[in-house]
Write a protein that binds this ligand. Sequence first.
Ligand SMILES: [Zn+2]
Length: 526
Amino acid sequence: MEALHVYDTTLRDGAQQEGLNLSVSDKLAIAGLLDELRVDFIEGGWPGANPKDTEFFERAKHELTLEHATLAAFGSTRRAGSSAAEDQLVQALLEAGTSVVCLVAKSHVRHVEEALRTTLEENLEMIRDTVSHLVAQGRRVFLDAEHFFDGWHLDRDYALRVVRTAHEAGAEVVVLCDTNGGMLPHQVEQVVTDVIASTGARVGAHCHNDTGCAAANSVAAVRAGATHVQGTVNGYGERTGNADLLTVAANLQFKLGLDALEPDAFRQAMPIAHAISEVTNVPAYSRQPYVGASAFAHKAGLHASALKVDPDLYQHMDPSLVGNGMRTLVSDMAGRASIELKAREAGLDVASRPEVVASVLAEVKALELQGWTFDAADASVELMLRRTLEPGCTDYFEVESWRVITEASGSGEAISEATVKLHADGRRTVATGEGNGPVNALDHALRQAIAVAYPEIEKLELIDFKVRILDASHGSDAVTRVLIETSDGETSWNTIGVAANIIEASWRALVDGLVHGLIRQGVPIR
Ligand SMILES: [Zn+2]
């Protein structure tokens, strides 16, 4: 059996996602991360059709050094009624200078006649001519057969002729695409089995997630004999997205025992998936299989006590194999065992201090009654543990006061300005900051004030901010809960603040986020 191809199309098909915009520099950064993940192929884009992609391939020649992955250029078969040798877009594919070209072609009779507006015979000729021209120019050619599964159901003979034509013209892999994403695993299995038996071509799969089955369909294709899978990191893509490449690769590797990615690279999967979401600026999905922050998180107190004995009882695999870790959610359901585990995750020794565990647990339970939630705010729990273990150990600075005003001119654009006064390292600092909103302004002012004594703060960045208004209960007023995610460029952590006033709640979460960042860097109190 041929070695399995793991083919990433984040930079081309993934970039079709609504709201996702990648600059050329972003694309180069993502390509570097994909190479660290040791995927086999990175599809960079469509040179000639899109100026940004043309520039990407130009810059990649000088700026991108790939250690493992092979860069692929994507394009379509030549226009009807011309020749591949004279087609400008085919020429642009050659100029991109990649050793691999992935060509998209029609394989569905109605798409040929109604969308491409040409004859079925001419479409086959376009495939034959373009594949053989590129092969003659020394390229490895993969052919993406668009709308293949729907086309096979409508006219199986024609769909198979497309595969045979590409295969005989020299295409190394014919990739069957579920372009509309409407298939289910048993259908994929049936079609892939038929194509391999009828044509002898090497087959790949490109699945979209419209039925929620993109990963399952990719696995079904491999079980039926496909040896090439396409997908995107974090499942980016238009509509409901493409097959999530890491979910697919992990299923193939850990559940079917195939070699998808190198084990050492797989151990970086979670940080790399998160680093890519930093570049795309699409927040990471916490419930993502394998690499989501919640993928190995446990909530119930009952589970937590058993987890302490044997983690394997409650998880389907060792999370470290994909760079993730077991995490225990601290909530009012959790007992002492959750707090002890949380302490262990933070490297704190509470074994000999049962009173600390009891005190933090009581504090967590009391705060949760007021609307706090620690499920998503590990860093706040860790700070609570540290303060209880060693009072004063988180007192990097003492806040004298803070205030924020928001001002709008008649035309309406509002600007916020914050002032923070604090004492640190024996000095009093007054700092002001501006922002497009009050929290943004406070963040700037607070950071500047802290930086006087702790320049290490510069590394930290507020990356996400979530507000939730909690319903009034027990006759009290509604309260606001703010969750803040702070990053040091490599990892991130979440802190929480709750108050009747949204800005006060934000302030508490901000302060905890920055203090936690200083602790993580091992900065001493000055
Ligand atoms: Zn696609």
